[in-house]
Design a protein around this ligand. Structure first.
Ligand SMILES: Nc1nc2c(ncn2[C@@H]2O[C@H](COP(=O)(O)OP(=O)(O)O)[C@@H](O)[C@H]2O)c(=O)[nH]1
Ligand SMILES: [Mg+2]
Length: 382
């Protein structure tokens, strides 16, 4: 069992017989080999996965299953698996700069007065923090300023980082794999949020960690959606259960059954974000959830909502709606590299604190990161 830690981990012990760690090549295996034993203990997402060499190739194609499981086309990819954490922070900072500088701007003056608090209130609201989190942060900041007897705006800014980090801390939680076999994840979210892309990225990290992954293309309504997932399956050399025009719940059911039969470590279902008009999305998703339980009693282990960080307060509304219908276990917040106003995480923390397993900071494979409250707070004010 291992977890994706959000904390900076100590550097991994020197790998015994690995190729140069700087720019590891993608594995040449056609299919991800079955994990025959427990994976090595991970020192964390960053310490364990980033900058790590590809797993040793073990060509062991899976046995055919009863359901239609496509063996993926192997496609060459140019992405390099691994980016230094500094690079990631820079991307996040760049992404949040628009907002961040708005908040940081408040602290460029020379004194702490009511005017500063007013400007800060405005900046936080503009950054999508929402009324509740903004009120909370202002109150908390005033208390901190009083306690620390802070007298200059730079010190107040540092105290605001502390306040935001503390507010966001409950959202930090590692995604843990391996307690169940397989761990079944259902990924939901509105169209275009970044579900399929995030599944692709996550699958890559899991495959790199020698986890055997099976994908379920449960967005059966759009051919393009199935094809897109198949491309990611190909890139990651993992298997996919897909059926043209099939029933999404049936496809997911088949995938979980196949995943169990094949000893997969993880089954991930990609779902639709929009349905033909006569059908109701939430009802369809609830049905998928129920049917998964029929294939594996303790599943799904994770119901992940993918939200686009650019959608501001609407993201909070999505978290609430999906949580009520499906009892979410975690979030993936994407597109924080764009014009996102990261304040929405403060709103989520205050109003519906569903853990943020990952944040997306770009379209490439390596652009998925674990969430660290303090780093995020720093980037927000950077
Ligand atoms: N810039 C950026 N683009 C992203 C990110 N995640 C996804 N996308 C893009 O958003 C678009 C929609 O993503 P997709 O995975 O198809 O969304 P889905 O409809 O929820 O499955 C695609 O063009 C992705 O490349 C991210 O973190 N940053
Ligand atoms: Mg999709």
């Amino acid at each position: 069992m291992f977890s994706f830690f959000k904390k900076k981990a100590p550097p991994p012990p020197a790998p015994p017989q690995e190729s140069p760690a700087a720019a590891p090549a993608a594995p040449e295996v056609p299919v991800v080999p079955p994990a025959t034993e427990a994976p090595p203990a991970r020192s964390g997402w960053l310490g364990g996965l980033f900058g790590k060499s590809a797993p040793a190739p073990v060509p062991a194609p899976a046995a055919p299953a009863e359901v239609s499981v496509d063996q993926p086309e192997v496609e060459e990819t140019t992405e390099k698996p691994g980016a230094p954490r500094a690079g990631w922070m820079e991307r996040l900072k760049q992404g949040l700069r628009k907002t961040g500088s708005g908040i940081a701007q408040v602290f460029t003056g020379t004194k702490i007065d009511e005017d500063l608090y007013e400007q800060l209130e405005e900046a936080l609201l503009m950054a999508d923090a929402g009324v509740k989190a903004t009120e909370h942060l202002l109150k908390d900041l005033r208390r901190r300023v009083k306690e620390a007897k802070a007298t200059d705006p730079a010190a107040v800014k540092a105290l605001l980082v502390d306040a935001i980090a503390e507010l966001l801390a409950p959202l930090e939680k590692p995604l843990s794999i391996g307690e169940a076999s397989p761990t079944v994840m259902m990924v939901v979210g509105v169209n275009g949020a970044g579900k399929t892309t995030s599944i692709g990225k996550l699958t890559r990290h899991l495959a790199d960690a020698e986890q055997r992954v099976l994908l379920a293309a449960a967005d059966t309504f759009r051919a393009a959606a199935r094809e897109q997932l198949a491309v990611w399956a190909g890139r990651n050399r993992v298997e996919i259960v897909s059926q043209e025009g099939g029933d999404p719940a049936a496809v997911t059911y088949d995938a979980v059954v196949a995943g169990r039969a094949r000893g997969c470590d993880v089954v991930i279902a990609d779902t639709a974000g929009r349905l033909p008009t006569q059908l109701h999305l939430m009802e369809e998703l609830k049905k998928i959830r129920r049917v998964i339980t029929k294939a594996q009693a303790d599943a799904p282990h994770e119901v992940l909502l993918v939200v686009d960080g650019n959608t501001g307060q609407n993201a909070l509304a999505q978290v609430k709606a999906f949580d009520e219908a499906l009892q979410l276990t975690g979030l993936i917040v994407t597109k924080l590299d764009g014009t996102a106003k990261g304040g929405v995480l403060a709103a989520i923390a205050r109003e519906r604190p569903v853990p943020v397993y990952f944040i997306g900071v770009g379209e490439k494979l390596e652009d998925l990161e674990t969430f660290d409250a303090r780093e995020f707070a720093q980037a927000l004010l950077g």
